[in-house]
Design a protein. Sequence first.
Lengths: 882, 404
Amino acid sequence: MNQTIQTTCPYCGVGCGISAQVDAANRCVTINGDDSHPANFGRLCSKGSALGDTIELKGRLLQPSVYGRETNWTEALDLVADRFLDTIQKYGPDAVAIYGSGQLLTEDYYVANKLMKGFIGSGNMDTNSRLCMSSSVAGHKRAFGADTVPGCYEDYEHAELIILIGSNTAWCHPVSFQRIRAAKEANPSLKIVVIDPRRTASCDIADLHLPLASGSDAWLFNGLLNYVGHASRTNPTYIEQHTEGFAEALAAAENAGISQVAEQCRVNIEDLQRFYEWFATTDKVMSLYSQGINQSSSGTDKVNAIINCHLATGKIGKPGSGPFSLTGQPNAMGGREVGGLSHQLAAHMDFANVDDIDRVARFWGSRQIATKPGLPAVDLFDAIYDGKVKAVWIMGTNPVVSLPNADKVKQALQRCEFVVVSDCIANTDTTALAHVLLPAQGWSEKDGTVTNSERRISRQRALFKPAGNAKPDWWILTQVAQRMRFEQAFPYQSPVEIFREHAALSGFENNGSRDFDISAFADITQENYDRLQPTQWPVNQQYPQGRARLFDDGRFYTPSGKAQFIAITPSAPGMLPNADYPLILNTGRLRDQWHTMTRTAIAAKLNQHKPEPFVEIHPDDAARYGLIQNGLASIESRWGEMLARVQITGSQLPGNVFVPMHWTAQHASHGRMGALVNPFVDPVSKQPESKHTPVRIKAYQPVWQGFILSRHEFTAITSAYWVKIKGEQFYRYELAGDLIPNDWLEWANLNTGVTAPQWQEYQDTAKGNYRAALLVDNRLESVIFISRQNQFPERSWLTSLFVKTELDKTERMALLTGLPPQGVNDTGAIVCACFNIGEQTIKTAIKDQGLTSHQEVGCCLKAGTNCGSCVPEIKLLLLEHG
Amino acid sequence: MKKRLVVIGNGMAGMRTVEELLSAAPKQYEITVFGAEPYGNYNRIMLSAVLAGDKSIEDIVINDRQWYVDHGITLHAGADKAVVGIDRSARTVIAKDGSIAAYDRLLIATGSQAVIAEVQGCDLDGVISFRDIIDVNKMLAYSDSHKHAVVLGGGLLGLEAANGLALRGMNVTVIHNNELLLNRQLDKPAAKMLQAELEQRGIKFKMAAKLQSLRGDNNNHITAVQFADGSELACDLFIMAIGVRPNMALAKQSGLYCERGIVVNDTLQSYDPSIYAVGECIQHRGATFGLVAPLFEQAKVCANHLSAHGVAEYITLPTATKLKVTGIKLFSVGDFIGEQGSESIQFSDPGLGIYKKLVIKANQLVGAVLYGDTADGAWYQELLEKKADISGIRDILVFGKAYA
């Protein structure tokens, strides 16, 4: 019996609604976009669409374990509570910490925060949102007096100019991007400007791309403030009535004349002029920004530099206008609401305000509430490294991969006396270092709420019964809290109880003084909670149905009620390139992967778009450093190094390189970009500067390179460089090595774990080519390609053979060419992940059927018609082959 | 008046030359053919197929007696028509029965004869070679009445004989003086695969064996084979298949210059300008011949000169080997071992019984061994003959023409 359940996607901050048809008996689910959800109206991206492929139980953490030994919940929870209590008793509450995640549900987050700040009495509760949104939080707080996102997605349809700043929206928030694309198609006068050092897929819809120098954003927006100031394009009435500090901000931007800005940002002055003019002369302007702004040692200033321009022109709080922070994670906002960052207390109340501390203490009935901020992420792991924090509980995140200077984070956890990790996945770079592993429920089992970028609270609903012994995070926390003798404050039996308490706290002595107020839910019944429809906060007496836009009344949450201009002096990044490290390393997301790939890499189709860690580099730099397309390169910073496949592209600025953030030691031997990232943080937000690390690059020339495709996952790989890619019924290993084995066949047996098989073999020893294939009953088991030269066929045809139960003779004889037998078409590298359509298929269709638009390609092949993220690539193919 | 052409030898080389000549210059000669076998012209290389039962004698006849009549050729066929003398000054030949024919041009195509191992007992009854229809008929008769056959020689002919006799129900053992079968055509992996496949068909092998003697009974018929290591094999029929040597006695006796064969130049002309020679009886630039492909090429060149076109030159090209055993595919050409400075590309699929090895030197294909899949043999031979630069297709070369 299938049941349809409405829930929310667990990936980016767009917060798309999902309509899941659940077949509980077979534990499988068909995923569709929820047509009624205001975040996506039925659309889903490639990642969301593939959620059904990620719920398998293989690789799940399903049983608690202590010191490598599986055990029951009682022992594990007792141990965690005892060790935390013991540590607190010996060293004080600041010797313990919780490091959470924007993947936690609001209810989980609330309990974690309450436990640490309210009852353990330390501020040491921080989260991976620190790496993601904390500059936005700080910027909002400085300008608005509260961490408020003023607008909503509907503004896309009202806007006349949308600026994408430091955001590859097309890949990182695909459904929002598709909505903007649709808005532009419906209203061709809507202009799109992309501000990004990289020419990303988002430029596909851009009327103007400003490839500004990395880190120079504050100059750009100071320049804009200067421009509107001098062009008399400000809104003096608005400035007068609703803001403070304009004169100082303008004065600080006085040196940001247009030519000065063009020089600092290294952009074309005419383009700059055009952008400024568009902003100045367009009524409805949205500035969408993301990690390119936030992940900076002056990220907060950059956020305020953007907000300043909106305040100066009054382009805020009205339909189609305003600064708009695109949040990275599904519940980054929920985390902020509960106070999940170490400087926050709870419900948009801070340690900075003694009344807030008192208020929350009274509400929680706590006498030991923390009274000062705890350690933010980078400092927290430094403190662990230094032995100051002796017990840490990491929930649903993978800091050994994602934090800057990640090798030090690894060492910190290796040194730490007591590491607890709760996760739904058994093997991650972080679970590997845990003393206690607690099996948390995964997305398909969890029950609670999340908040998306537009302040919309949506329900995440369980699709299945929990697997194995997995438990909800709130339950695990509650159990530990009770064992730590806080049972009175932690009586929770279900998520709704926590949600009610959270809602009540948001309204507690609020009276309009705090933006976050969902007090209308303080008494919500279980039934209504279960039926809760997506709603934008605030949800209170005044706005019982929620509120689309804040600041439409010109009232802000500062003591004066007026928005604050912040005078910005542009700062250089923490570390500048020098002779030793001449290039700037930029990091970011890919279209089809999420964070550290613990879940997306389970879905075969998501691993095909960008299967291997790569580094994008400008052709001039590639020539300078002797790099060749598809060769391997070693990238090194002062902090660490990685290996990546070279992608030479004019989309990079000279002097800049880009690597994806996703690869871990589970999927690649040397793919952890976090090891390189410099640990500089913003002084206000404490957010790390992940977008700017000086590095050097050189070609890595292994003696041999190659790949293995295998029906079975290997337990060990014996080559110097490897990347593991899960596919449809196969695993693909990209390999390189410095030692040529004496006997390749022996090596093949060793690596694939088979004994005495009859391998089909190809050997051209003089050229250093070795290829082999193993078939059992004509079913393909393994394929190996090794070469001294890095010349290999596309993997697409070979990988397609693994879904076949039997190969015919022509296929078998063609195997070691890597090319389909005559008459069989090669699909080429996958472009459309949703429908698995390859580049070659698209090219052929374009040529043979004379297709001229991506819509026609869609009609013909379905490619690009689901999530649409590959439309830019399809258009490029049309351009090249049409 | 037409010139007279006399052909000694009614075999494949001689008759192919005649056919080529008839098509190039149909009216130029009055042709007389002498043959020691009492048939028209037949395809000797198909004798294996006859032995194996895949073909009948009729199937392998190329030109029956009517064909000679139709083309105005005088045929003298039969043991008594064997030519016994050539009078070069008179330009006549004489047969055993005294028939005399005068020539303006003489073509010698006397072929070759089997090498007989000089061991004790080699003259016993039941010891034969495998050359002609008479031999095949003997073998067929033995297979009906006797059990144990021993074939000396693991070359092409020996294996074909062994296969045929095994198919006829005999218990066959092949004796070979090398570790590898077809060691002049195959490398080790291919030879091992071939041996395994033949063993599966019931043929036994005694490899690297040294033959001591053949033993006979009171009727002077072979009964057993003795080896140097003291072992012994029961034997009712012993086939000598250790090679052939040119039939040049007649030529030598007439004073034509011979070495290992009748020496000819690039136009297939012997030291006597009016006498040509083709086929297995000749020696050209030091080489003698045992496979059919060069014979046909010689026939073409020789006919070109007999017809006075006079432009063709014979060049010996690497010849591909095929084993005519149903179901066994092997192909070998050129330098398949790979001398110093050469490189090799190998492909094998033991599951399918396929092995391929290509030898490359200076970006040219110089040799190939194919076992189990010979579809691309012709392509490799073409590349080899053309001395094509294969560097651009090297990676797909072993996979065949379809990928080029």
